[in-house]
Ligand binder design. Structure first.
Ligand SMILES: CC(C)(COP(=O)(O)OP(=O)(O)OC[C@H]1O[C@@H](n2cnc3c(N)ncnc32)[C@H](O)[C@@H]1OP(=O)(O)O)[C@@H](O)C(=O)NCCC(=O)NCCS
Length: 161
């Protein structure tokens, strides 16, 4: 049996989360498409620890952090979900457990919907969100210095959940 605990992040998770974030197999799907510097990560992580509103979650298995999930751009109505799972731990339900916990906590806080923005080429992630009840809201071209790609916006309505 794959044992998994989902909990809020703690100070000691900083390096493990950085290593998941900086795995090329993961960051190729991020809009930045690049690894994050340790000091930039530290600042992000410290802010996350301080602000419980963001409820940043870690999934832990056998004393190892295997995934992280959090909300960004939070308003009263909506928040954007980010999830990343350690590559070797994929397809074992880690992402689903993290997403379910985010759904519960968001609903408790009165947030009405969750969104996810995913590169169109990231079919694993699109499948993941669709399997977890999200619907495709739109698909649009996103252009910046780092990307010029189609991005799919997915939506989950917490009111009817
Ligand atoms: C997307 C992601 C979070 C899914 O996490 P996970 O723990 O593997 O997902 P789960 O095991 O809970 O769910 C499995 C479902 O996800 C989808 N999925 C996961 N890996 C997949 C793959 N390699 N190919 C196709 N679908 C895949 C499928 O729908 C699968 O269900 P199925 O096996 O019945 O078809 C993970 O692949 C990841 O971290 N990707 C890189 C970062 C990213 O793209 N994040 C999302 C943007 S916010």
């Amino acid at each position: 049996m794959y044992s998994l605990v989902v909990r809020e992040i703690s100070e000691s998770d900083e390096q493990e989360i950085l290593s998941i974030r900086n795995d090329p197999l993961n960051y190729k799907w991020f809009f930045s498409n690049s690894p994050v510097l340790a000091n930039v990560h530290r600042e992000w992580f410290s802010n996350r620890l301080l602000d419980s509103r963001f409820f940043t979650l870690a999934a832990e298995s056998d004393s190892q952090v295997v995934g992280v999930a959090y909300l960004t751009t939070i308003s009263d109505y909506s928040a954007r979900v980010s999830i990343v799972v350690r590559n070797e731990s994929g397809n074992r339900g880690v992402g689903t457990r993290l997403l379910n916990e985010l759904k519960h906590r968001s609903k408790q806080r009165g947030i009405m919907s969750l969104t996810a923005e995913v590169l169109k080429s990231n079919t694993a992630s699109i499948n993941f969100f669709l399997k977890n009840g999200f619907i495709t809201e739109s698909s649009q071209q996103k252009s910046s210095e780092k990307i010029d790609e189609n991005v799919v916006l997915l939506l989950f309505n917490l009111n009817s959940w």
